[in-house]
Design a protein around this ligand. Structure first.
Ligand code: ADP
Ligand code: MG
Length: 649
């Protein structure tokens, strides 16, 4: 282990690949595996010889010989690593520290200490690597959503194939207990699915013909026939795994700080040790060389910063893992740490604070057309849009759609849509759109989001639709306020009346309405400029029309990430469910992570400082030094793994 490089990434690349291909059995080498069973056999054998050497009392030379043999067996690997690293130019690592400390012990005749230091060091390392591997495995298991196979239905019947080989349009069968391998929609059967691996939501969701299902869901009881809509690489599971895979590459400032710290710290410590060994015997009359040399060695053993180096990345890694268990995907330790500095929280409205499921409240027409005709036109034109408004209009229309009737469809972000339907030009959207086109509209007096419709540039009527607040919006915002977020702001393309009403009901501090997507970016930039230095702004959106804003904010949080590709890509944090309450949960996990990481930093440095002082003053032996080092590292690792299990309420 080289402690210049914190080496606990969130799922190291090779582990991810192992995980991907389910080849845990024939795992190849990765950097925690230097405690292979072969090494441990040497260590055990060495320990037995060490014990014999201690028991043997008479013959000096045989004892020395046995100590040397046990030393080589136990510590040979450390010596070898130290030697190799020196050749590579990385001199000051812990292997080097252990080597000079133990060789030094032999030189001054403290053989048992020399061997014992190595032995404890090896045992400590072994337990550390166990703990690290366990945590890494638990995040892998947590994210154990990758399907092994798909049951594809072909002319000759059913066949088990690699999900990678399934194409869009293929029909697959998912049996009870199986994972849904690819995103698609149910064409036959009904069941309930367990979505917890993706969403952290424990209640199963019912699915029927026509519903879409995502890869990673687990089919609970019914037999489902699914038409595949996305290839494996584009399916939700692949997207999420890619995201988690790269999370370790983005290091939190604290992690980077420790890496830098270790770089200066170690040479410094070696120098101090040299001074302790040399100066006092020269200056003080009664000081002996061997006594101070021993103290210098103790000092060296204690100075090893492994506890710090190992436990800090592990803390962040645990935080990311714990969050993913709650259905919160965090793309890096840097974002997890940044959450702690957020004081401005900016929300999108539709689909974020509100459900994005509009119901029609009123339809007005100018008599040239019936209400049903108006709805028919609107639904057909909207059937090409993914906007929550569009989907609600389509949902409201009970007749069948005539998609072939639509040509020249155009989405006017933040305004509406335009198209040619059955040969007539349709313009559909909000007041702003109609103003831009100089078309007068009837003013509706019912509060709500208004969709105006014109045929061949002549106004025909309006549909008033209204959305509902999310159930937990008010409560979620209260918790957010309790956590000390200074200001909450809402940006929306909807009209002022609707926006103000919502803000008042749930306690949003400031509102900007009637915004086009580019206005949202501009306002976000302004808000961003006003954030106090060192503080952060987070934007929360649903990824529809607001991906640029998500990308622009210090921290972009996408909601209801399931299914929305743009959101998963643009955001730094993806909330897998639609709940507002996940936001304070993410803040709490970030706090817990910070707390544990700092506990470890202070604890490790504190114990080190104490033993260093004791060692330099001659009050600590090498045994205590090793115990301090290994013990602190283990406790720090255990502490770090607490955040993985942390469940905020
Ligand atoms: P929000 O900021 O509330 O998330 P958007 O920026 O997505 O909303 O859209 C802003 C406004 O633009 C909507 O309130 C609506 O008036 C209009 N609009 C956008 N897309 C559509 C659409 N497909 N059909 C009708 N109106 C739309
Ligand atoms: Mg939106």
């Amino acid at each position: 282990m080289n402690f210049f490089e914190p080496h606990v990434n969130v799922l190291q690349k090779d582990e991810m690949e192992d995980h991907a291909h389910h080849t845990h059995e024939n795992q190849h080498h990765h950097d925690h595996s230097h405690h292979s069973s072969k090494d441990m056999k040497f260590v055990v054998l060495g320990s037995i010889i060490f014990a014999i050497a201690i028991v043997l009392r008479n013959t000096q030379y045989i004892r020395l010989g046995l100590f040397l043999i046990s030393y080589i067996l136990i510590g040979g690997e450390v010596l070898l690593r130290a030697f190799r690293n020196i050749q590579k130019g990385q001199i000051f690592d812990e292997n080097f520290l252990m080597t000079i400390a133990t060789v030094g012990a032999f030189i001054i005749g403290e053989y048992p200490e020399g061997v014992a230091v190595m032995l404890f060091y090896q045992i400590g390392e072994y337990f550390q690597s166990l703990a690290v591997n366990r945590s890494r495995r638990s995040i892998a298991e947590l994210m154990d959503i990758r399907p092994d196979y798909a049951n594809i239905i072909t002319d000759i019947g059913e066949e088990k194939v690699d999900p990678r080989n399934v194409r869009v349009g293929d029909i697959i069968l998912v049996k009870p207990g199986e994972k849904v391998p690819l995103d698609g929609s149910v064409i036959d059967g009904s069941s309930s699915v367990d979505t917890s691996a993706l969403t952290g939501e424990s209640l199963p969701r019912d699915v029927n013909v026509g519903n879409s299902v995502l890869s990673g869901f687990i089919n609970k009881h019914g037999l489902l026939k699914i038409k595949v809509e996305k290839e494996f690489g584009q399916s939700t599971v692949s997207k999420i795994l890619q995201l988690v895979e790269t999370a370790g590459n983005k290091k939190a400032p604290t992690e980077n700080f420790i890496t830098k710290f270790a770089k200066y710290y170690t040479p410094f410590v070696v120098m101090v040790a040299a001074l302790i060994g040399i100066i006092p015997p020269l200056v003080l009359a009664e000081a002996t060389f061997s006594q101070w040399f021993y103290r210098a060695l103790v000092f060296l053993v204690v100075s090893c910063p492994c506890a710090l180096v190992i436990s800090i990345p592990l803390g962040f890694f645990g935080g990311i893992g714990g969050a993913s268990r709650e259905g919160i995907l965090i793309k890096g330790g840097n974002y997890l740490e940044a959450l702690n500095s957020v004081d401005t929280l900016v929300f999108d409205k539709t689909g974020t604070l509100t459900r994005g499921k509009f119901s029609v409240e009123e339809i007005y027409t100018n008599e040239k057309i019936t209400k049903d005709e108006l709805l028919e036109i609107a639904a057909n034109v909207e059937s090409f849009s993914n906007h929550p408004i569009a989907q609600s209009v389509v949902y409201e229309y009970k007749g069948s759609l005539n998609k072939e009737g639509i040509t020249q469809y155009k989405e006017l972000a933040g305004l509406g849509v335009s198209a040619v339907y059955n040969g007539r030009k349709v313009l559909l959207g909000n007041g702003g759109l109609f103003k831009d086109n100089n078309i007068d509209i009837h003013q509706m007096d019912k509060p709500g989001t208004i969709i105006n419709i014109a045929l061949d540039d002549i106004y025909q009527g309006s549909i008033v639709i209204s959305d509902k607040l999310k159930d937990d919006a008010k409560e979620g915002l209260e918790i957010i306020k309790d956590l000390g977020i200074k200001e909450t702001i809402m940006l929306t393309g909807d009209n002022k009346q609707v926006a103000d009403d919502i803000a008042k009901r749930i306690g949003i501090d400031r509102v900007y309405s009637n915004l086009l997507p580019q206005d949202k970016v501009r306002i976000l930039e302004e808000l961003q400029d006003n954030v106090i230095k060192g503080r952060k702004l987070a934007f929360i959106g649903d990824g529809i029309n607001d991906a640029p804003v998500l990308a622009r904010a210090d921290i972009g949080i996408a909601m209801g990430g399931l299914g929305s590709d743009a959101a998963i890509e643009a955001a730094d944090i993806v909330l897998m469910t639609d709940e507002i309450k996940k936001i304070p949960t993410a803040f709490k996990i970030a706090r817990k992570t910070r707390q544990i990481v700092w506990q470890n930093i202070i604890f490790a440095l504190g114990v080190k400082a104490i033993v260093l002082i004791l060692g330099a003053g001659g009050h600590a032996s090498m045994w205590e030094a090793v115990f301090a080092d290994v013990g602190v590292a283990l406790i720090a690792v255990l502490n770090a793994s607490r955040v993985l299990k942390y469940k905020p309420i």
